[in-house]
Design a protein around this ligand. Structure first.
Ligand code: SF4
Length: 215
């Protein structure tokens, strides 16, 4: 039987409330940072890389490079070495240096709050651009990373596999005021229970509301 949009919204609301009560500290960004340029750097590092590894590398990196200027005018080979445990470290180091150079020289050292300016920075794509806007400037967005796309499909809220189409489905179902928090809660759920290789449906708090569960 096809689930109407109204029914989907009701189910989505219950799911959101369960996630909020299960992960009371789950409204925090999944990437470690304490300044906008640090989130820019971390988001470039995070492409196809586990967030846990990115956060470990970022903590050391931000102790060494303290500003967008430090990254912009750094020695590229040293930066490559500093992030050598991250995939595609040579490309990512180059992107970080040139993205920060762009921020310093074209935007007066302020990470842009405009989506078009953000995605013009080397290494910033649609997903990381949305994260930066949502997190730094508090402009409501859902960020369709791998956890979000996988879990939204499992929960039956989208049948699409394209980021923009998934996003369009999700924003019709969930209220705008919870988009940012929803992203972080779903990512936390993906890391804790709904794993990509083997979702642990038996212990999942959403299993009675999830069409992919047999429990
Ligand atoms: S019931 Fe299973 S598939 Fe559905 S959200 Fe939970 S862990 Fe994921």
């Amino acid at each position: 039987m096809i689930e109407t949009l109204a029914k989907k919204k009701q189910r989505a609301s219950k799911i959101y409330n369960l996630l909020v009560s299960t992960y009371p500290a789950g409204n925090k960004c999944y990437l470690y940072y304490s300044a906008p340029h640090e989130l820019l750097v971390a988001s470039i590092l995070s492409k196809n890389c586990p967030y846990e590894l990115v956060n470990t590398v970022s903590k050391n990196l931000f102790n060494k490079y303290h500003s967008a200027k430090d990254f912009a005018y750094c020695n590229l080979e040293s930066l490559m070495e500093d992030i050598n445990s991250i995939n595609n470290n040579t490309i990512k180091a180059d992107n970080i240096k040139h993205a920060c150079l762009n921020v310093v020289e074209k935007h007066n050292s302020v990470v842009p709050h405009n989506y078009d300016d953000l995605v013009a920075l080397p290494g910033v794509d649609y997903i990381t651009g949305k994260l930066l806007i949502s997190e730094i400037y508090n402009i409501p967005n859902v960020v369709i990373d791998t956890h979000m796309s996988r879990i939204m499909i499992l929960l039956g809220f989208t049948r699409n596999d394209n980021t923009i189409n998934i996003e369009n489905d999700i924003i019709k179902i969930f209220n705008k005021n919870i988009w940012k928090k929803l992203t972080y809660l779903v990512i936390e759920h993906g890391r804790s229970v709904c794993h990509s290789i083997q979702p642990n449906c038996k212990v999942c708090i959403l299993n009675r509301l999830c069409p992919s569960s047999s429990f």
